[in-house]
Design a protein around this ligand. Sequence first.
Ligand SMILES: NC(=O)c1ccc[n+]([C@@H]2O[C@H](COP(=O)([O-])OP(=O)(O)OC[C@H]3O[C@@H](n4cnc5c(N)ncnc54)[C@H](OP(=O)(O)O)[C@@H]3O)[C@@H](O)[C@H]2O)c1
Length: 267
Amino acid sequence: MSSLTMPKLGLGTYRMTGDGCQAAVESALSLGYRHIDTGQMYGNEAEVGAGLSASGLPRDAYFLTGKVCHALATPNEARASLDETLRRLRTDYLDLCLLHWPRAGLDIPDILEMLTRARQDGLARRIGVANFPLGLLRTAVEDVRAPIVCNQIEYHVLLDQTAILQYLRAHDMTLIAHVPLAQGRLAEHPGLARIAARHGATPAQVALKWLLDQDGVVAIPKAGRDVSQRENLAALDLMLDDADRSAIAALPKDQRFVNPPFAPVWD
Ligand SMILES: NC(=O)c1ccc[n+]([C@@H]2O[C@H](COP(=O)([O-])OP(=O)(O)OC[C@H]3O[C@@H](n4cnc5c(N)ncnc54)[C@H](OP(=O)(O)O)[C@@H]3O)[C@@H](O)[C@H]2O)c1
C-alpha cells in the first residue's frame, strides 16, 4: 500500500456553487492552500476547475481530490464519468480519486477494480474510499486488495474514530477528516471556546488543530468566506497542550452529523 503525501489542511467545497465557488477556490489558493476537495455529487467541478485555472498555478503545485458518485449504476458508467470530471476540472488527472459512498447494492470489488484501472491509465495518481466503516474497509484492503491509500470519513472532536484510525495507520493509509467543524457547529462550541480563549485563538482553530496534530490525519474544512479561510490556515500555528487535549478528550464522542439514507451501517 503506497503512502499518501498531501497537504494536511485542504479546502472542502461541498455546498459551494457558482461564481462564489470559483472565487473561494481562487482566494484559498492565493492565501496558500494547496489542497482542494471536490466530488461529482457537489455539482461544482466546473467552478472549481475555473478557480484552479484562474489561479495561474501550475498543475503540480496543488493537490486535487475528486469523487466518483456512488449512484452511477455500473463501473463502465463510473469510468466514463471520470473523463467528464477531468474535463470540467480542466486537468488531465486527479491526485486522488475516491469512491464517494459504499451504498447498498454497489459491487464494491467491481468499482474498486475500475478505479484501479483508472489509476493505471493515469486518470488518478492515487485512489481511495470515503465513508467506509471498518468492516468494509477491511474487505477492500484484505479481500479485494485494492491499492487504496485513504478513507475520507466524518471525524471531529465530537465523534470517536479510533478503531478506523488505528487500522488506517497500521496499513500506512490516511484518514481524511470531512466535516471537521461538525458543519460549522464547532465554531460556536463553548468547551472549545474556553480552550481557544487561553491561546487567543478561535474554537474552529482548536477543533482543526486537534485533528491536524494527529499522525495520519488530514482535514478539509469548507470555508467560503475569506476570513474563515485565513483563520483555518492560521490554525496550523496553534500549539495545543496536554490540558487542552484532556478537555477535548472529555467531550462526548458519539455525535455523527452526516448520515444520509444511503449510508452504510456504521460499526
Ligand atoms: N466524503 C463525504 O461523504 C463528505 C461528506 C461531507 C463533507 N465532505 C467534504 O468535507 C468538507 C467539509 O465538510 P462541510 O463543509 O460539510 O463542514 P465543515 O467543514 O465541518 O463546516 C463548514 C462550515 O463551517 C464554517 N466555517 C469554516 N471555517 C470557519 C471558521 N474558521 N469560523 C467559523 N465558521 C467556519 C463554514 O462557513 P463559511 O463557508 O461561510 O466560511 C461552513 O458553514 C466538504 O466541503 C466536503 O469537501 C465529504
